[in-house]
Design a protein around this ligand. Structure first.
Ligand code: DP6
Length: 360
């Protein structure tokens, strides 16, 4: 069933007075990008991502049933052990969006404690992992209330709830490869939630993602604003059609284990995403001079070494370097000697493809 009505629980269920749970969710990097959305993160085109392993958010939630039934949930949030009221509005909005599908939340006070494995100021977006970890904790409470909930339905609804917070969060629940957004070639895929895709050749499940931190600061233009600028964009429809074609082509490439065509397609996707920013109104540029230097060097290195070093970008200046584990030794040397110098404070993050949520 693909209708969102499937996510509305039936009345009744166990009465749980107090429950504590802790989940860790990874970040992800899109190979075919989600850029342009309808209301509540319904994507304008399907996307595919690698789930990461090391870049994670770990969130513990204590649910306390409210004694005097105010019929309204309440929240307290700590980030890195410190009370952070500034995070409250975002989480409140997420919970309000979730309420039609998790009405039991209105009976609880939520004490949320969250930490990221990567530095807050790394220019790495934490919304995908943060929303997925919180959704996982909520789904664990739902499992206590409705014990007949299957593991499969729990995962699916977790991705659905995470999407209501941030689109790309729908892809941070499972791994190593996730599809999100409808496409006729993958009848299991949905606009409402991400699904795991298991047909890729083994080599792609060994991929590394080394993230070059070119700029650790806040992005000049948020993803939310960027998505919005696709509404009156002159190339929007062409871009959505291109992404759909790339999605289909990439799945074939992944199945065949074709690493040369993988590099070609993934890099064109990344540059297409930034081309949308360059040509929106108002236009903006998130790449830095060092981003371009890295891109040029990666392409020269690939040609001369014959190794499969590939770059991709998210909506920022940082560069994700993707390559198979069996080529990592030589590529890691190249990164250290020729690319690291382009990073702010020489900082980079070594990550790899991972499997998704973990209960802590
Ligand atoms: C460029 O998921 O951060 O990383 O749905 O508004 O929260 P919201 O946006 P977000 O957009 C991600 C954009 C991207 C591409 C991608 O991850 O597919």
């Amino acid at each position: 069933m693909k209708d969102k009505a499937q996510f509305v629980p039936t009345a009744g269920g166990n009465e749980i007075s107090s429950f504590q749970t802790k989940w860790s969710a990874p970040s992800n990097i899109a190979l075919v990008k989600y850029w342009g959305k309808k209301e509540l993160q319904i994507p304008c085109n399907p996307s595919v991502s690698f789930t990461l392993d090391q870049c994670r958010t770990t969130t513990s939630v204590r649910f306390e049933r409210l004694i005097d039934k105010q019929d309204r949930f309440s929240l307290a949030i700590q980030y890195d052990g410190k009370s952070t009221p500034s995070f409250k509005p975002k989480v409140k909005t997420l919970i309000e969006r979730i309420l039609p599908y998790a009405p039991y939340l209105n009976e609880y006070h939520l004490q949320i404690d969250t930490v990221n494995s990567f530095p807050h100021s790394s220019g790495i977006a934490s919304s995908a992992s943060a929303m997925a970890a919180l959704a996982a904790a909520i789904m664990d409470l739902e499992k206590q209330i409705y014990p007949s909930l299957t593991a499969e339905d729990q995962i699916k609804k977790c991705s659905f709830l995470a999407r209501l917070g941030s689109g790309s969060a729908a892809r941070s629940v499972e791994g190593p490869l996730v599809l999100w957004g409808e496409h006729a070639v993958t009848p299991v895929s949905s606009d409402l939630f991400g699904v795991r895709w298991t047909k890729a050749a083994d080599v792609f499940t060994t991929y590394r993602d080394t993230i070059l931190l070119v700029d650790k600061g806040q992005k000049e233009v948020s993803s939310t604003v960027g998505h919005d600028l696709m509404h009156n964009h002159p190339f929007a429809e062409t871009r959505f059609a291109q992404a759909k074609a790339h999605y289909q082509a990439l799945l074939t490439i992944l199945e065949k284990g074709d690493m040369d065509r993988f590099s070609d397609l993934v890099e064109r996707e990344a540059l297409s995403l930034h081309a949308m920013m360059l040509t929106s109104s108002p236009s903006y540029i998130l790449m830095h001079p060092n981003t371009i230097q890295i891109i040029k060097q990666v392409r020269t290195f690939r040609k001369t070494s014959g190794l499969h070093l590939t770059f991709t970008l998210d909506a920022g200046a940082n560069v994700h370097l993707l390559y198979p584990a069996h080529e990592a030794e030589k590529i890691d040397q190249f990164i250290a000697s020729d690319l690291r110098k382009y990073c702010q404070d020489n900082e980079l993050i070594y990550d790899r493809v991972g499997t998704g949520l973990k209960k802590v």
